[in-house]
Design a protein around this ligand. Structure first.
Ligand code: NOJ
Length: 589
């Protein structure tokens, strides 16, 4: 790599397992495809549309929760981890989905929600019935309240979704002392819920909780799933004594202090849990005929851990723990060249510390979609949701930048996560009426936080059909904005320059040129407002493969492209030059 001295990341390894460079597509089952027409997506709908993923060129899908749930938090409140909620279908539908995906050579990752259950979970119902100090209560974090009768919550923690992180389970109990006075038998008891009061936190110091989740892992591994995305992986263990914490509780922790300073996130005790899970998963790997392990059979754990700094994230992906952790640094980086370069460099460095692949993600069901986020002013922190009264994103600018951001992301080695509909350039719904909003964060905050409904809108498949082809009845659990019909799959398939065709090309070229396992070097002498990397692919045998340069222009004027064959651009060129907010891949001679 003669022109590129600043090596950021070495190439390889050539014979690595599938997950090291997999492109994984997040299906949010409520909103992908609705086979029974009730307005909520379901598993038969997913199965019926899996060819879309093959056509797109991804390697795997991750399904957000479809388990039995009262849906207080869209299924992240589980009552039965071993069954499918009737809203989404049956366990047979789950089996059929996994089988069909495997037939199509797609891996299947499911969501695991271990930090909390639903308050309707049989364990929690039993806990409410049981006395303080009972084994039933010991599966959760019940504590006596503060004050003489326990009328105050046990500590000052706030919930991620606003309001106190404690809910009173039972008032103080008194009885008659026989002399006409009352005697306090027991103070009021409260339970911890870091999210909604419908999501009581489990006590992970309890071996029964650990055994139960090991059994849940095995249940789904036996059904053939290829991995688990682990919800709130940084939250399972709380600091002993549950000390007060004055800051707001946010998933992303505290921006200017390491996350582990807070008593609810990133405690060292979580790692032992994941080492145990890794050992369980390894029992499920298959051997090749010659007796060596088959890397294609590896099952994976993916941490959702909003942890800072990057060195702490790396601890989750040490060789005997999880396989991947979501990397939110790139997603959070402001649209400025120095910030993007820092995010890319830090992400590669942090994961290289422990030999793990970096992951990349720009959108998911918890954040404003990047086609909308990048259409907002760069210096304004992105809100949790956008409403009709808020400044609206510049849709054209947002889409141009989103396509460029994806073009940079998919050039980079490691595993990339795509969120359903981003391949269509879908924006958020930014004018949802309040009365359709369902996110508990909206309701608990009294509307101060709009929440995440805007990024969870049902997917458009056919421009002319009812509900843009989400189903045949036209019912949708959240309304679709008018622009969704124009962005439907059938409006973009085969259309030159469409976002769908851009994604298909990026994924094909990424695979052909081995970018997922490439070495990365920063291109020397790049102007400060240009991001450019050279990617050195590797051949199957380990030899040097093709060289590719990715260039993203964040300056004010179009720039010259490097010498070589132009492979793909995120938008049209301007008289042969790369315009602002546009990225390109070039095959270097
Ligand atoms: C993270 C999930 O992605 C989010 O949707 C959910 O609300 C919280 N965890 C609580 O489970």
């Amino acid at each position: 790599m003669t022109e590129s001295p600043a090596q950021l990341h070495p190439p390889g390894p050539p014979d690595a397992p599938w997950w090291r460079d997999a492109v994984i597509y997040q299906v949010y089952p409520r909103s992908w495809a609705d086979a029974d027409g009730d307005g909520v997506g379901d598993l038969p709908g997913v199965t019926a549309h899996l060819e879309h993923l093959v056509d797109l060129g991804v390697d795997a899908l991750w399904l957000s929760p479809f388990y039995r749930s009262p849906m207080v938090d869209a299924g992240y409140d589980v009552t039965d981890h071993r069954d499918v909620d009737p809203l989404f279908g049956t366990i047979d539908d789950a089996d059929a989905l996994i089988a069909r995906a495997h037939d199509l050579h797609l891996k299947v990752v499911v969501d695991l929600v271990p930090n909390h259950t639903s308050r309707e979970h049989p364990w929690f119902r039993a806990a409410l019935e049981a006395r303080p100090g009972s084994p039933e209560r010991a599966r959760y974090l019940f504590r006596d309240g503060r004050g003489p009768f326990g009328a105050q919550p046990p500590n000052n923690w706030r919930s991620v979704f606003w309001g106190p992180a404690w809910t009173k389970a039972r008032s103080a109990v008194f009885d008659d002392d026989g002399n006409g006075a009352t005697r306090l038998l027991h103070k009021a008891q409260w339970y911890l819920d870091l999210f909604d009061s419908g999501q009581p936190d489990l006590d992970w110091t309890n071996p029964e909780v650990r055994a139960e989740f090991d059994a849940i892992l095995r249940f789904w591994l036996d059904r053939g799933v290829d991995g688990f995305r682990v919800d709130v992986a940084h939250g399972l263990v709380k600091r002993e004594g549950l000390p007060d914490w004055d800051d707001r509780t946010r998933m992303a922790g505290v921006s200017d202090r390491p996350t582990r300073e807070s008593p609810m996130w990133d405690q060292d005790g979580v790692h032992e849990i994941y080492r145990g899970w890794r050992a369980t998963l390894e029992e499920y790997g298959r051997a090749r005929p010659d007796g060596t392990p088959d890397p294609d059979s590896e099952r994976i754990l993916v941490a959702e851990a909003w942890v800072e700094p990057i060195e702490r994230v790396a601890l989750y992906v040490r060789p005997d723990e999880m396989h991947q952790a979501f990397n939110f640094h790139y997603l959070n980086a402001p649209w400025r060249a120095p910030d993007l370069k820092a995010a890319v460099g830090e992400s590669l460095r942090g994961n290289d510390l422990v030999g793990a692949p970096t992951t990349w993600v720009l959108s998911n069901h918890d954040v404003v979609r990047h086609a909308s986020r990048l259409g907002l002013p760069v210096d304004v922190p992105c809100p949790s949701g956008i409403g009709a009264d808020d400044p609206q994103p510049d849709a054209e600018l947002g889409l141009r930048r989103a396509r460029a951001a994806t073009t940079l992301m998919l050039a980079l080695p490691g595993s990339a996560y795509l969120y359903q509909g981003e391949e269509l350039g879908l924006p958020d719904h930014t004018a949802l009426p309040d009365d359709v909003r369902q996110d508990p964060a909206f309701h608990r905050s009294g509307g101060r936080e709009l929440g995440r409904d805007g990024c969870r809108i049902p997917m458009p498949w056919k421009g002319e059909a009812p509900a843009a082809g989400f189903n045949t009845t036209g019912e949708t659990w959240l309304p679709q904005p008018a622009c969704y019909a124009e962005l439907a799959v059938d409006r973009q398939r085969g259309v030159e320059g469409s976002t769908l065709e851009l994604y298909r090309t990026l994924l094909r070229v990424r695979r052909d040129r081995g970018l997922g396992r490439a070495g990365v070097a920063e291109v020397a002498d790049t102007p400060p407002d240009v991001v450019a990397y050279d990617l050195q692919g590797i051949e199957g045998g380990g030899g040097e493969g093709p060289r590719t340069r990715v260039v993203l222009n964040l300056g004010e004027d179009p720039i010259r492209l490097p010498e070589g064959e132009l492979l793909v651009t995120s938008g049209p060129l301007d008289a042969g030059r790369l315009p602002v907010d546009t990225a390109a891949w070039v095959a270097l001679p």
